[in-house]
Design a protein around this ligand. Sequence first.
Ligand SMILES: Cc1ncc(COP(=O)(O)O)c(C=O)c1O
Length: 408
Amino acid sequence: MTAPHAPLRQFPVQDDCLQLGGITLTRLAERVGRTPFYAYERNHIQSRIALLRGVLPADLHVHYAIKANPMPALVQMMATLVDGFDVASGGELKTALDAGMPPSRISFAGPGKSNSELRSAVASGVVLHLESEEEMERAARVGELLGMMPRVAIRVNPEFELKYAGMKMAGGARQFGVDAERVPAMLRKLRHLALDFQGFHLFCGAQNLSAHAICEAQRLCVELGLRLAEHAPTPMRLLNIGGGFGVPYFPGEQPLNLAAVAEGLGTTARALAAASPQTRLVLELGRYLVAESGIYVCRVLERKLSHGQVFLITDGGLHHHLAASGHFGQVIRKNYPVAIGNRMHAAPREVATVVGPLCTPLDMLADSMELARAEPGDYVVVFQSGAYGLTASPTAFLGHPPPLEVLV
Ligand SMILES: Cc1ncc(COP(=O)(O)O)c(C=O)c1O
């Protein structure tokens, strides 16, 4: 017997049909006009941010990492709820600026920034998170060319790593950031360049459900930031300690203990404020803000029986939702939480495998899951789909139409 998924309580059910934003799924599908689609609920995102604000230190800045979900309407709403955005490409930079976030509150991280991305970042006045010494020199040249002083922070690759992270992004050899031991020398060079030094950025990993590991990494990030700041040309005004807060996707996973994170972070934030009162402490979160607000909806086209196994063949699949198919960073494929959205608690139930229309066995949204017995026309819902869904999927694969997206 495998462990169950963590209970999903974010959306009510009325007449056995899931509701999002006060609309039943069947009506929402009519409103959208066709399946498959992604739907994200405004209320859920607002409450999630209110919950965070309620427990985290009051002077902590919460940034939204647009890569988690760059839907323009959603980013626009986020601009009114968070203190800043993190972008990772020229495209995301445009989305962030269009949403009206002040440039000084936008950070641009990521290796391999092109010269044209550097130029638009400098021209717009956002904070460049330098990923290498070479990038620092290119940023300075762009500044000279434009007659502007680029705002910069150094992304540091620390020696320690974030334990229990679904994705580790620091510690040891990495393409991200500058190895901590090289930062003092980089800061010596920076003194001679026309760059407006802001501080440091550390991003140790993502999808972590261990409050203890997150707090430990945050404490170490602040200690390292303070040590490196001793070599800086000006006081450290910014310290972005990343995020990595996870959400439960798979059977047996439990939600992050936010109260425990808040307690640890409170201690860390007080230590920073005492040692470096001018430093703005920034937390950068993507999936924790949006993943649970979203569902992916596709429709059953056909029931098929093969060797006694039920297959629900749908109009959605891997090309729209790579992560739910198990091929976005998973080592062993596990099921996302899935339900028949218009038969939430109905009997009879059966074990079925949900697949898409692609000619590959990888195109699977649920493997041998207990679901309400579904018929053609019923709606398959994949939960926890508000982050790394559409834009993390190979939509052009096999030429099917892309899914729609709505914010409700
Ligand atoms: C630099 C940086 N910031 C923020 C994020 C967002 O992570 P998450 O969506 O897991 O919170 C990532 C994810 O890879 C990242 O690389």
